[in-house]
Design a binder for this molecule. Structure first.
Ligand code: PLP
Length: 232
């Protein structure tokens, strides 16, 4: 994608939202899929309150955040007025933040190791809330990237479900930045199918239409909605 699009004004955020939704619809129809089966997750990390106000006013309700503390600051005070809000954690999670994450997020998309599965299960018991999770798969086997290796995904899915009682909704991936994403999306879909998982969180601003062709049920879009991210 183009590296810099300037941070957007409230009016253009509303326009961007209309455009992204229209593209999701078109890509879904072109793939023979029902557009309502694809959820837009607006990635709100680093965004200022005005931008959040603008996209909420335009009707967006599903948001992705990559840091627990930053998300608490952005959303905790807004939560009481927004009963239909859905918050999804899309960044790496440390076990010592598991309880805060379970308390705030509806879905944690970045479960990638047994130790974290255990911490989430313990947090869920303490808070009386069964965490909903996606397993993050490192489809490109990139050493610096979070996620379970594709070979080890089936085992982690089983352990998360059967040993720890987590509600595993599906899978998430972030393909290598410099490669065609298609084979990574296809691989994620294969792992989901053989484990009978229905949710696939894949595709970002530069490739969400490709991801929809490959079966994405959730696309995570930041820049195409908000413009360039602020540096916090
Ligand atoms: C920031 C982020 C996104 C959004 O990326 P854009 O290219 O701005 O759409 C999606 N997924 C994850 C995991 C992210 O951290």
């Amino acid at each position: 994608m183009t590296p810099t699009s300037p941070a957007s004004s409230p009016a253009s955020i509303a326009e961007n939202l209309v455009e992204v939704r229209a593209r999701i619809d078109a890509a879904s129809r072109a793939a023979g899929r029902n557009p309502v089966a694809v959820t837009l997750t607006a990635v709100s990390k680093t965004q200022l309150p005005e931008a959040i106000d603008a996209i909420l006013a335009a009707g967006q309700r599903v948001f992705g955040e990559n840091r627990v503390q930053e998300a608490q600051g952005r959303w905790t005070k807004r939560l009481p007025g927004l009963s239909d809000l859905e918050l999804r954690l899309i960044g790496p999670l440390q076990t010592n933040k598991a309880e805060d994450a379970v308390a705030l997020f509806d879905v944690i998309e970045t479960l990638d190791r047994e130790k974290l599965a255990r911490a989430l299960a313990e947090a869920g018991q303490k808070l009386d809330r069964t965490p909903r999770v996606l397993i993050q798969v490192n489809t490109g086997a990139e050493p610096q990237k979070a996620g379970v290796l594709a070979d080890e995904a089936d085992a982690l899915i089983q352990v998360a479900r059967d040993t720890y009682g987590l509600k595993v909704d599906g899978l998430m991936c972030i393909p290598p930045a410099d490669e065609d994403a298609t084979p990574h999306f296809v691989l994620l879909k294969q792992i989901a199918d053989r484990n009978e998982l229905s949710v696939l969180s894949m595709g970002m601003s530069g490739d969400y239409e490709t991801a929809i062709r490959c079966g994405a049920t959730h696309v995570r879009v930041g820049t195409a909605l908000f413009g360039e991210r602020n540096r916090l």
